[in-house]
Write a protein that binds this ligand. Structure first.
Ligand code: FAD
Length: 302
């Protein structure tokens, strides 16, 4: 069944998608957001680097507020996963997991990335509260604390080294036991970073989300004040763009025009973490807003 025709469909109702939806709603366009609630913004329990939220705000709160605001502007939402996108005449046809089809004149891909987080007990309630992923976002939160870097190989070791800007009390737990280069081993030694090659079984917490350390698979307990994760292998959700011929970097982030956020495929825009940038909330918002402005300009001409 083909659903209604839209002026814009936004795939991804995370931070970039919601900000774009609000902006497009204010132009009174017919807009649909298709989202399957599996974003990074579904995971993070506390953002601390956003203007107006000095005590932090959770991804869930931001998403609820954004959705409410967009809905008040007549933007429509459905919970589903878009699995294919194709160009048909002057429109795009999208197929979803639940076998629905939608048509749209313009398309915004705000599908984000997916962090690789191994199955470690108790990890999720700590994300953004006492275990962090991004040094630019949360290096400040761990200043002078004993940090356990829960990671893997080169990615984990490099993140541990980056974090020495904020703290010199650091232990790197190399979860997958991936061999480190001699150069990295030397650098870690120079910074007095202890390396433990052992799988992490669970996170030790107090009050569900306060990190206190980890229990390793060999039964050993390692205490720490804060955690950081860097397992590598994050997946960029740019398959739909690829199906349409959108240009991507080798790491699968999509390329867009710096000003308009339009991709190399006319009438296809991309915003947020799926685009090559520093993967932050405020940048995702700016991308979404900027894309929406140029989508509006295009719709005026159609
Ligand atoms: C633990 C953690 C802590 C973080 N802390 C900070 C911080 O302190 N400060 C900061 O600035 N940033 C932080 N970030 C990064 C921040 O969350 C991201 O930059 C932001 O969420 C990007 O927004 P987005 O809209 O691009 O992607 P997302 O928020 O990930 O949203 C993408 C949406 O697209 C949906 N989607 C994907 N594919 C499809 C599909 N095919 N069909 C339908 N829906 C689809 C997903 O389900 C998801 O809802 C953190 C991230 C994590 C994981």
């Amino acid at each position: 069944m083909v659903g209604s025709n839209y002026e814009c469909i936004i795939v991804g109702g995370g931070i970039a998608g919601l900000q774009a939806a609000i902006q497009l709603g204010r132009y009174m366009h017919k807009v649909l957001v298709i989202d399957n609630e599996e974003g990074r913004s579904n995971l993070c329990r506390g953002y601390h680097n956003i203007l107006g939220w000095p005590d932090g705000v959770s991804g869930q709160t931001l998403r609820e507020l954004g959705k409410k605001q967009a809905k008040s502007l007549e933007v429509e939402f459905i919970n589903d996963k878009v699995i294919t996108a194709e160009k048909q005449d002057h429109q795009f046809l999208l197929h979803t997991n639940s076998k629905r089809e939608f048509k749209t004149k313009t398309l915004l891909l705000a599908t984000g990335i997916k962090d690789r987080i191994p199955p470690i007990k108790n990890i999720y309630p700590c994300l953004g509260i006492s275990i962090y992923v991004c040094p630019d976002c949360d290096g400040y939160e761990v200043r002078d604390k004993h940090v356990l870097l829960l990671g893997s190989g080169k990615t984990g070791a490099s993140l541990a080294l980056t974090l020495t800007y904020w703290t010199n009390k650091m232990t790197f737990i190399n979860h997958d036991g991936e061999k480190l280069s001699t150069d990295l081993v030397e650098k870690l030694k120079e910074k007095n970073i202890e390396v433990i090659n052992e799988k992490i079984a669970s996170i030790l917490t107090e009050n569900e989300s306060d990190f206190k350390g980890v229990i390793l698979q060999n039964g050993q307990t390692v205490a720490g004040e804060k955690g950081f994760i860097g397992f590598g292998g994050n997946a960029v959700s740019s398959d739909l763009g690829h199906q349409l011929g959108v240009e991507r970097l080798e790491n699968k982030h999509m390329l867009v025009d710096a000003r308009t956020k339009e991709t190399n495929i006319t009438n296809v825009w991309a915003a947020g973490d799926v685009v090559a940038h520093s993967e932050q909330i405020t940048i995702a918002m700016a991308d979404g807003c900027q894309a929406a402005i140029f989508i509006h300009k295009r719709l005026l001409k159609s």
